[in-house]
Design a protein around this ligand. Structure first.
Ligand SMILES: Nc1nc2c(c(=O)[nH]1)N[C@H]1C(S)=C(S)[C@@H](COP(=O)(O)OP(=O)(O)OC[C@H]3O[C@@H](n4cnc5c(=O)[nH]c(N)nc54)[C@H](O)[C@@H]3O)O[C@H]1N2
Ligand SMILES: Nc1nc2c(c(=O)[nH]1)N[C@H]1C(S)=C(S)[C@@H](COP(=O)(O)OP(=O)(O)OC[C@H]3O[C@@H](n4cnc5c(=O)[nH]c(N)nc54)[C@H](O)[C@@H]3O)O[C@H]1N2
Ligand code: SF4
Ligand SMILES: [Mo]
Length: 731
């Protein structure tokens, strides 16, 4: 078990180290652009507001274009996520527009890693021919489409697959937040709440790191909370880079957060610090949950989590006293997004803990945001596709998963079973990022048709029969993005520079033309401008105004703090007891669930997480960002010094990491900032596509070690249910 003494010492050292790293990274970028501004003071510059595409936050940004070339970006001041700032990825990823490794024309696969360029006409004709044939033989349910939902994709992708008669639309959440989303959905009626961080007095982060999984405004609000004297507790087996804003680190045994939350809930009730008034008015099932909680004492949780019982009680009591300005932040991927067999139930317990504190829709608490009221296309003129007859694949097996995201890896499972025949991947690197790459490759090989729409030759594109090259986000207009939150708003992505490669196209054009070729063009008989005009109609804002501003917020529609909206669960209340669970054959009450696997004395659990300068697999090929990895030696895995010593491993040594699935070689960072039972792998490396010349061969992908699996509740990938052994090697 980890000693608190050890954690404290590591904590102080690490805070100093992260401060150095953070300033080194940011100063470099600022200085670089300042120099650039000076050097080109006399040139006329066009400023075009748009949105970033370097991660799912899609922050507002302003492109500065000189002589038709993008040369600088700044954060959009009005956008709620950027608030005037962009992160390093936001700056660095934009260089993708001029990348040497971009896709420049449609490709057809000839054999393993062999492709020939073809025309768009040929691509559309052949893809449509195959899709039509597959649908004729196996029905539309044998066809699926998966994406990382971005503004245009969110509208066009489901519409396209529905137009073909299939309900099989999926998103990357199966390896992101499917578990948290399901847990929250069946408790508070939405897949995520937001947190009023800047007004909070006591904030607990369970495996969510604002300093690594960056969104500029989140970091700003946490700094504001810190300035206001808030207590900030990080629960993480690793001391992450939010450390320099935190007051305390709980080095939890990975996979045991559910036990911690159950015990804290137990303490709140035992000490009578729960908000009974809120519970009576806005929740159902409290009595049954309180009864279950009786056995989850802090002493019990100490044995499971490794966190001293006294700390668990103290923190729960302090949070109870600080309520309603106390909360567990809703989290994202890190601890219970998609990692363990108990992740969905951890998500539920977290949403319930916030209900015990009565912090919903309170200042400094958990917030249900609102969406802007936007218009739709006129259905008379622009008919919607019919509702598909067969349900989405995976719905039967995982009825609790959020239907909007689905369980994307079911496509691979059904391909292996011979049921799924065609898969389209848009803006998604499923072959490397969604499940074990060997299993994904085998599944793809069983499909009659794989289409990848990308900007570079990703691992997924390499396995596709057809690769369609999209223009980058710097070169395209998109559908209006609605922003929900305390204040709703809208943001527009717009074209900043002319296409660099004439044979690339924006996604709305690709879907519209492919739909025509498939004989379902009647559902795409509108232009992007017509669609955006229709969306804007009820707002009173003109398209011209939106193009000029880029981001527009609606402060008149701000939510009223203190006023609970109707909860979107079946009971209309926050549910401590779920009838939906019961009907689906699951326990309606949250109980402790063990992780599927646990390390023994001679092994470790593999865990992963973000680094502030990279996004998933998509940034590894950008020289400007990969150079930071190299300068700071960031691709190394983390190991605790006590375990390293036992194994005769020193900082910088080369080691072999071996799991049931794979063997990788990598150098180590020996650090007190990691729990002795865990090995931490930064998540952005291990590119195997040789066409990505910068990313190729750096580090390894933790996904190689993850057994292909589905969590029982949400279908998520269980991506930390991995045991590895580590040994020193010489080469
Ligand atoms: N830099 C960067 N930022 C991003 C992204 C990106 O790719 N790069 N992507 C965006 C997206 S899509 C997402 S989902 C978010 C993810 O945002 P986060 O969820 O904050 O990011 P992670 O780094 O994946 O995980 C956070 C922390 O969880 C810890 N952790 C691992 N296992 C456990 C556990 O068992 N218990 C606990 N308590 N903690 C654990 C890790 O050590 C890590 O420090 O980031 C968003 N922002
Ligand atoms: N190895 C690994 N696996 C992961 C993660 C990780 O960090 N590493 N993160 C997990 C999480 S939290 C999430 S949310 C998912 C994310 O998984 P994905 O959504 O698949 O994200 P990426 O792996 O970055 O792949 C994005 C793909 O989109 C392409 N792309 C980028 N811009 C454009 C564009 O403008 N148009 C088109 N058509 N394509 C574009 C990129 O080239 C890349 O191939 O992965 C999960 N799995
Ligand atoms: S957080 Fe960074 S990478 Fe993500 S959208 Fe914002 S600026 Fe871009
Ligand atoms: Mo994610």
């Amino acid at each position: 078990m980890l000693e608190t003494k050890l954690s404290r010492r590591g904590f102080i050292k690490a805070s100093a180290a992260t401060a150095v790293l953070a300033s080194a990274g940011t100063v470099g970028f600022n200085e670089w652009s300042k120099e650039y501004v000076k050097a080109s003071a006399n040139t006329k510059i066009k400023e075009i507001p748009s949105t970033c595409n370097a991660c799912s936050s899609k922050c507002g940004m302003v492109g500065h274009v000189k002589n038709g070339r993008l040369w600088k970006l700044t954060g959009h001041p009005d956008h709620p996520y950027s608030k005037g700032k962009l992160c390093a990825r936001g700056h660095g990823y934009a260089t993708v527009v001029y990348s040497q490794d971009r896709l420049t024309q449609p490709l057809k696969r000839l054999g393993e890693n062999k492709f020939e360029p073809i025309t768009w006409e040929q691509a559309y004709k052949e893809i449509a021919g195959k899709l039509t044939q597959i649908i004729k033989e196996h029905g539309p349910q044998a066809v699926a489409l998966t994406e990382d939902p971005r503004a245009s994709g969110k509208f066009y992708s489901p519409r396209f697959i529905n137009a073909l008669g299939s309900a099989n639309y999926y998103t990357h959440h199966v390896v992101c937040s499917n578990s948290r989303d399901a847990g929250f959905l069946h408790t508070v009626g939405v897949t995520a709440t937001s947190a009023d961080i800047s007004n909070a007095k006591y904030i607990m982060f369970i495996g969510r790191s604002y300093g690594d999984g960056i969104r500029p405004s989140s970091v700003q609000s946490l700094a504001a909370a810190r300035d206001n004297g808030a207590k900030i507790v990080i629960v993480d087996p690793r001391l992450n880079n939010t450390a320099n804003l935190a007051t305390e680190w709980l080095a939890i045994r990975p996979g045991t957060d559910l036990a911690l939350v159950l015990a804290m809930s137990h303490v709140l009730i035992k000490e009578n610090l729960h908000d009974l008034n809120f519970i009576k008015t806005y929740t159902v099932g409290f009595e049954a949950y309180a009864k279950e909680l009786a056995k989850y004492t802090p002493q019990w949780a100490e044995g499971i989590t490794g966190i001293p019982a006294a700390d668990i009680s103290r923190i729960a009591i302090d949070m109870g006293k600080a309520k309603p300005k106390a909360l567990i932040e809703q989290s994202w991927r890190g601890a219970f997004g998609c990692n363990y067999e108990n992740s969905t139930e951890t998500g539920r317990a977290v949403a319930m803990f916030n209900a015990l504190l009565g912090n919903y829709q309170q200042k400094g608490g958990s917030i249900f945001g609102v969406k802007p009221h936007l218009g739709k296309l006129d259905e008379q003129k622009y008919p919607n596709p019919k509702e598909p007859e067969a349900p989405k694949a995976g719905k039967k097996e995982f009825p609790l998963a959020y239907e909007g995201s689905g369980v994307a890896t079911i496509v691979a499972k059904e391909a292996l079973e011979g049921k799924m025949k065609a898969a389209i991947y848009y803006h998604s690197n499923a072959a490397l990022g969604y499940g074990n790459p060997k299993v994904m490759k085998e599944a793809f090989s069983k499909l009659d048709l794989v289409v990848a729409i990308d900007v570079q030759m990703s691992e997924t594109a390499q396995l596709a029969d057809y690769v369609l090259p999209e223009v980058t986000y710097i070169e395209r207009d998109e559908v209006i993005e609605s922003l929900s939150g305390k204040v709703p708003g809208i943001a527009l992505r717009q074209q900043m520079v002319e296409k660099v490669h004439p044979d690339t196209k924006p996604i709305h054009e690709i879907y519209t033309e492919l739909a025509k070729a498939c004989g379902v063009g009647q559902y795409f008989n509108f232009s992007l401008d017509e669609l955006n005009e229709a969306k804007l109609a009820p707002t009173g804002i003109t398209y011209k105004q939106l193009k000029e501003k880029g981001t527009i917020m609606f402060p008149a529609e701000e939510i009223t703090i203190g006023e609970m909206p109707k909860v979107k669960t079946p009971s209309g209340k926050i549910e401590f007891y779920s009838e939906t669970y019961k009907k689906a054959g699951y326990n309606p009450i949250v109980e402790w669930i063990e992780p599927k696997v646990s390390p023994a004395n001679d092994s470790f659990r593999l865990i992963t997480g973000k680094q502030a300068i990279h996004s998933h697999t998509q940034t590894a090929n950008l020289p400007i960002l990969m150079q930071i990895t190299k300068d700071y030696d960031l691709e190394r895995i983390w190991i605790n010094p006590v375990r390293a010593k036992e194994l005769g491993i020193k900082d910088g040594d080369l080691v072999e990491v071996k799991s049931s699935e794979a063997t990788s070689k990598i150098r180590v960072k020996v650090t007190e900032r990691i729990h002795p039972e865990a090995i931490f792998v930064p998540s952005h490396y291990g590119i195997t596509s040789k066409d990505l010349r910068t990313g190729y061969g750096v580090g390894f992908s933790y996904m190689e070690h993850v057994p292909f699996d589905f969590e029982k509740w949400s279908g998520a990938g269980n991506i930390h249910e991995v045991i590895v052994k580590v040994r020193k090697v010489n080469s």
